[in-house]
Design a protein around this ligand. Structure first.
Ligand SMILES: *Cc1c(COP(=O)(O)O)cnc(C)c1O
Length: 383
């Protein structure tokens, strides 16, 4: 058991000096195969779909940050994208099984269950998991999995993880928490009763908008073994170059998240006080509908802020085209600030459904530039 704290684990877990050379940084093991001294006699590595030392280091690092120390049951499985990781979890289900999806889960998560896994007899329904009734009404005898995302995208709704986990456990269903927005620095779902934690490492874990990847973390050894089998059997593994980029990015996760969150809090307060703005969503604001739950289960409120400027969709569209520092782009979680209009850029598929987002909603991924520069940029852009 390691006694090291989060910041230390980010830099040291899985990252001992290279035994062959003493290299202080985990090398990029660009090899598909490993030489054996006799058939079956190898150093733990045979073929890089199954295992690669750069990937192993990354998995040890992410597991440690989600509270699964090296040598304790469970661990981390990385994948080629967040959706590849979601797909590995989806393959734990069998025909006839049912899952409950948070009603504003990531669009790609919906698409995977709705348009792909449903072809294999896996049923799903969407539910508002911010209320008790939302979950209990959606549970069926065949429900095997509850899929929570918190905070959600783009309305930053917050779901009480321990409450959902307790209800699901009573029902015999597992709980996955998509922890992409909060990161383990601000939220530890396994401690709150979740069985699986999912990441799109593409976002804050990588943190530099330069790689696509995913991860799953769990404390159950049997789930770990099943997902490790899926990783090898289905094959959506990250290459060693990407694993290196994530290892490098995660070293600074704690300092980046502190700055993302302090910048986001100041920007949310600026927007909330501005007469040109109609409404602001940020879990750290007292006006946020689930602010109390956020305070209870998160140690910080993250770097995502959404708002509606006065003046409708025209105001939203012109604001996002007038910023200089906030780049108009999809995705989130990098050091650079991004701005977008979800209804016309990332959330077209939910138009006309319960999940529809306001057409004039603007979403910010607040970066780690100087906050005064970011506020001036928004001030100018609001016109
Ligand atoms: C981006 C994202 C995903 C999907 O991850 P990819 O790396 O793009 O495949 C899943 N969940 C959330 C919350 C995301 O933001």
């Amino acid at each position: 058991m390691s006694e090291d704290r989060f910041e230390t684990l980010a830099i040291h877990a899985g990252q001992d000096p290279d035994p062959a050379t003493g290299a202080a940084v985990v090398p990029i093991y660009a090899t598909s195969t490993y030489v054996q001294s006799a058939p079956g006699d190898h150093k733990g590595y045979e073929y890089s779909r199954t295992d690669n030392p750069t990937r192993t280091a990354l998995q040890t690092q992410i597991a440690a940050l989600e509270g699964v120390a090296l040598g304790s049951p469970g661990g981390c499985i990385t994948a080629a994208s967040g959706l590849a990781a979601t797909s590995l979890i989806g393959h734990l289900l069998k025909p006839g099984d049912h899952l409950v999806l948070s009603n504003d889960a990531y669009g790609g998560t919906f698409r995977l269950f709705d348009s792909v896994l449903s072809n294999y007899g896996i049923q799903w329904s969407a539910a508002d998991l911010t209320t008790d009734a939302g979950l209990t009404n959606a549970l069926r005898p065949e429900t095997k999995l509850v899929w929570v995302e918190t905070p959600t995208n783009p309305l930053l709704r917050v779901v009480d993880i321990s409450r959902v986990a307790a209800t699901a456990k009573e029902h015999g269903a597992m709980v996955t928490v998509d922890n992409t927005f909060a990161t383990p620095y601000f939220q530890q779902p396994l401690d709150l009763g979740a069985d699986l934690v999912l990441h799109s490492s593409t976002k804050y874990l990588g943190g530099h908008s330069d790689a696509v990847g995913g991860a799953i973390v769990m404390r159950s050894e049997s789930l770990y073994e099943r997902l490790k089998f899926m990783q090898n059997a289905l094959g959506p593994v990250p290459g060693p170059f990407d694993a290196y980029l994530f290892l490098r990015g995660i070293k600074t996760l704690a300092v980046r998240m502190d700055r993302h969150a302090s910048n986001a809090a100041l920007i949310a307060a600026f927007l909330e006080a501005d007469p040109r703005v109609d409404r602001v969503w940020y879990p750290g604001l007292e006006s946020h509908p689930q602010h109390d739950v956020a305070r209870k289960q998160m140690s910080g409120f993250g770097g995502m802020v959404s708002f509606i400027p006065k003046g409708g969709v025209d105001a939203a569209n012109s604001t996002v085209q007038r910023t200089r520092l906030f780049f108009l782009a999809e995705s989130l979680g990098g050091v650079e600030s991004l701005i977008e209009v979800p209804a016309s850029m990332t959330h077209m598929s939910v138009e006309g459904t319960d999940l529809e987002v306001p057409v004039d909603l603007v979403r910010l991924s607040v970066g780690i530039e100087h906050v005064d520069d970011l506020i001036s940029d928004l001030d100018r852009a609001l016109g």
